[in-house]
Ligand binder design. Structure first.
Ligand code: ADP
Ligand code: MG
Length: 237
């Protein structure tokens, strides 16, 4: 469904992506890992249209998306969250989700059935906080709202950049359950970046490992962790 290949991206003299690749099918959870600076966030920025690649292809259900605007890509069915939280602080939780949903209904051409705002509030356990101002929420709750907002656009693919950062163990378990539940409800494909390897190993069906802008391994987690290149990056030579 989502197929990303041959992505190159440089910032001045820094080559952030050198032949990066990723794919994700409907109903699949992909883990994307790699050391700091490996190019994970840059790849998410390219897939979601926040950066144009110097070369390479982003294909969703046969449509070429590389270099299109974030609005176009969102309307085509790719939603994302950011490594740093972005919410409308003065709007309520319900309003934050409604704005995303309304905007998506105006923009999108076709796509899978969208979860309604009430279903999202329920799934994310946000129903009793829905009238609170988003800016006043505890950090974990804001995380749920941010992901609920991305889901309100009715995506085929959801990109989560470090969603477990700053969450405690209980919240990480909750995030795992939410990702699995969303996948089961909507058959969405999910790409999750995280540094917590236990969390990633438990949540993903396939693992992609990047180093220095390149994909160095991908496949079932157990096989990836036996790959000598991955061992070298994570354990040392
Ligand atoms: P990761 O998310 O895996 O930690 P990034 O994609 O953020 O890695 O960064 C990859 C490389 O690209 C790093 O060397 C980083 O410093 C560089 N980089 C990322 N974004 C920019 C930018 N906007 N301008 C200049 N360099 C950048
Ligand atoms: Mg990053």
């Amino acid at each position: 469904m989502l197929s990303v290949s041959g992505i190159h991206k440089s910032f001045g003299g820094v080559q952030a992506l050198a032949d990066a690749a990723l794919d994700c099918a409907s109903g699949e959870v992909i883990g994307l890992i790699g050391p700091n600076g490996a190019g994970k966030s840059t790849l998410v920025n390219v897939i979601s249209g926040f950066l144009a690649p110097d070369a390479g292809q982003v294909v969703l259900d046969g449509a070429l998306l590389q270099g299109r605007t974030p609005q176009h890509i969102s309307a085509s069915g790719i939603a994302r969250t950011f490594q740093n939280l972005r919410v409308f602080r003065d709007l309520t939780v319900r309003q934050n989700i409604e704005v995303a949903s309304l905007r998506a209904r105006q923009l999108r051409r076709d796509g899978p059935p969208m979860l309604g705002v009430d279903a999202l509030l329920e799934t994310f356990g946000l129903a009793d906080r829905m009238s609170d101002a988003a800016g006043a929420l505890p950090y974990g709750t804001r995380r749920w709202m941010e992901i609920a907002r991305a889901m309100a656009t009715g995506p085929r693919i959801l990109l989560l950049d470090e969603p477990a950062a700053g969450l405690n163990d209980e919240e990480s378990d909750r995030l795992h359950q939410i990702i699995t539940r969303l996948r089961d409800l909507t058959r969405i494909g999910v790409v999750v970046i995280d540094h917590d390897l236990t969390f990633i190993n438990n949540v993903c069906d396939r693992l992609f490992v990047m180093d220095q802008g390149r994909l160095i391994a991908s496949g079932a987690p157990a096989a990836v962790w036996r790959n000598p290149k991955v061992i070298e990056v994570y354990v040392g030579p």
